[in-house]
Design a protein. Sequence first.
Length: 365
Amino acid sequence: MSIVSRCNYSERPRRWRRASGASVALAALALGCGGEGTSELYSGVGQSTASAGSSPELVLTSPPDAGSADADRRLDPGAGPHRGDDAPQRIVEIGTLTNSAPPSECVAGLPTRLPDCSLDDTTPRGLDCDGDGVLDHRIYGCDLSTAERPALFGGDFDCEPSDPGLRYWVWRDADGDGAGSGPPLCAGPEVPEGYVRVSDSPNYDCDDAIAAVHPGAAEVWGDGFDADCSNSDFPACGRFEQGSVPDRVLATDGCSDGPDLYLSSIAACGDRCLDFGSAFGFVGNSGTAPAAGPIRIQYRDDRGQSGQIEVSPEGLAPGAGTALFEVPFSLIGRLEIWVVASDCNPDDDRFVLELPGDPDAICPI
């Protein structure tokens, strides 16, 4: 195995923590780089061992012989101890991954069809060629001939199948919130302090400096802060339920001489390209006087569909907000929603949502 210098990653784009209105944004994680082998980054936690012009040494161990006592542990590593348990702590960066087959000595003497294996069983099957207790070559359909190294920067399989001291895909968790960021790295024999396994943190941390910000965090609608890494100031779409009352900050800086109804930022949720879905929002009263009921919102789209929804039959007290309303949409380009009421400041009663809308368009993401 050759050793190459640190490779260049195309990291997942950083998302803005400060949200703006009802922006809808998607980001993709593009990881991987050219070159083969591994480049050592650290020995121990946070201590660099690579120097200019030098290549760190990797300890390579042959897989267990077919006739040895360890041979059956290639298919079922079981409990420790395992090879590499006493290896020094390291973190390395991995080059290009390919779906390579296991070495011939690793499959020697093994049955072509896995024993006690059923196609209905979804448990990942594989080989542990370096004897470190972590499967490194995945087997499909109980057939040993399908064994291959997953070409994936992450997951549950061994990040370096030739070195029993390197085992887990990890990424940095600087703020300790359990969600990682940065390029996936290969670590072992344990997960170092300040890192988290990629398989335990499948979603990217959009701000690894603030522990309160991570995927799945509680999102407060209207505070101007993207806490759950959804690239917006409203909760992730999976948390919406018509009629619910989300955690939110209600405006109180409206007119000083009466009710002042306003429309929240609108969350558009639906399929990947937003051809179909629903728009969610609420109405608040930032004025100094109650708003008389009933309070309604009205909507129309660029295909001529329109309607009206009653959001508060009794009215709305100062500093209060309604439950969520939901407006379905289908193959439209523009959706306009506004509050049907008169108040002292009508400028914040209307919201226009621009959507893809073209049924023949190719989704760009």
